[in-house]
Design a protein around this ligand. Structure first.
Ligand code: SAM
Length: 325
């Protein structure tokens, strides 16, 4: 089976948000004072419900699953869920996006589950600034987790950095130097004004960062041909002699919708065909009303068929933590 949308894109990737809760309050995602209604226990999909949806999605052609949130590790019994997920045959890649604060404890569970790449969000290399950006003094826990993961031999440790004008853009050089010393994938992500206004005061464009770096380093492009070795929306570069690589994900200044291969399942049980559109399909109500497998599959196909060609409106009025970044 294969899931193909109306524009010929093959959809093989499902991002599953297991919770809307997070242990951080990043200034651009869940700022203090910005009220995000907390989902009640009942509103959140139960693990058995998620597993059923994933199994059916895999039957339809999904091959890659990413667990995300909120912060996935704050949900109770996440280890049990990861274990169950890893037993589903047909999943070729199981991965996770985390802020890393609680990661160390779960590294061996992830290894056993066959997770090979980890996406860890870290917007600064300075502990005092980490507290300013995230509201919590947890920098060293994340730093320890990254180094433990390296020791344990995860194939790719991706450090996701959202660059924010006037906040951390002065650390581009430090991150670049980290990519020289360590075998990490450091990925600069453009800020998306998804729950603020459309005037993005935070935006630092990937192009500006590349130009800045090109003046200082010899950068070679690794995946201009979109080779399968570096799949996905990131463009990868390497500084001459570096152990790691630098990636750029530029959702704001250069659309990569033509190569989008994903849909999302939110913690409150909606399928989202596109991150940057408010359109979503309720899968939880039919599921709880006794829908059979064919009905559920039809909803997954509907979500794929309703993927827009391009994202238009970026202000979708919903914090990333409630969708699943
Ligand atoms: N808690 C996990 C984490 O921190 O990686 C997973 C969820 S978090 C919402 C996923 C990613 O979305 C993080 O890397 C975060 O920096 C990013 N993010 C949140 N709001 C964003 C925004 N407005 N623009 C760009 N990235 C954003």
């Amino acid at each position: 089976m294969m899931l193909i949308d109306n524009y010929g894109r093959k959809i093989t990737y499902l991002r599953v948000s297991v919770t809307d809760r997070c242990n951080l309050r990043c200034i651009y995602c869940r700022p203090e004072g910005y009220s995000i209604p907390r989902l009640s226990h009942e509103e959140i999909l139960r693990y058995e419900e998620i597993l059923r949806i994933v199994k059916l999605a895999v039957k339809l052609g999904i091959r890659k699953i990413r667990i995300t949130g909120g912060e996935p590790f704050v949900r109770k019994d996440i280890d049990m869920f990861i274990k169950e997920l890893s037993k589903i045959s047909g999943i070729e890649e199981l991965t996770i996006t985390t802020n890393g604060v609680l990661l160390t404890k779960y590294l061996s569970i992830l290894k056993i589950a066959g997770v090979k790449t980890l996406n860890i969000s870290l917007d600064t290399l300075r502990s005092a600034r980490y507290k300013i950006i995230t509201g919590k003094d947890e920098f060293f826990k994340v730093w320890t987790a990254i180094h433990e993961a390296k020791k344990m031999g995860f194939r790719a440790i991706k450090i996701n950095v959202v660059l924010l004008k006037g906040i951390n853009e002065d650390e581009v050089m430090n991150f670049a130097e980290l990519s020289i010393k360590e075998p990490f994938y450091i990925r600069f992500i453009e800020h998306m004004p998804i729950c603020s206004g459309n005037d993005d005061l935070f935006l630092v464009s990937g192009k500006d960062v590349r130009e800045f770096l090109k003046k200082r380093f010899e950068l070679s492009v690794l995946n201009e041909d979109k080779s399968t070795f570096y799949p996905g929306p990131a463009r990868y570069y390497k500084i001459k002699g570096a152990k790691g690589v630098l990636g750029f994900i530029d959702p704001m200044t250069s659309h990569f919708c033509n190569m989008c291969n994903r849909i999302r399942l939110t913690a409150d049980g909606h399928l989202k065909p596109c991150l940057l559109s408010s359109h979503q399909i309720d899968i939880k109500s039919p599921l709880r009303a006794g829908a059979n497998d064919e009905d559920i599959k039809a909803l997954i196909i509907k979500a794929v068929k309703e993927k827009p060609m391009f994202h238009k409106n970026n202000n979708i009025g919903r914090a990333m933590s409630t969708i699943g970044g």
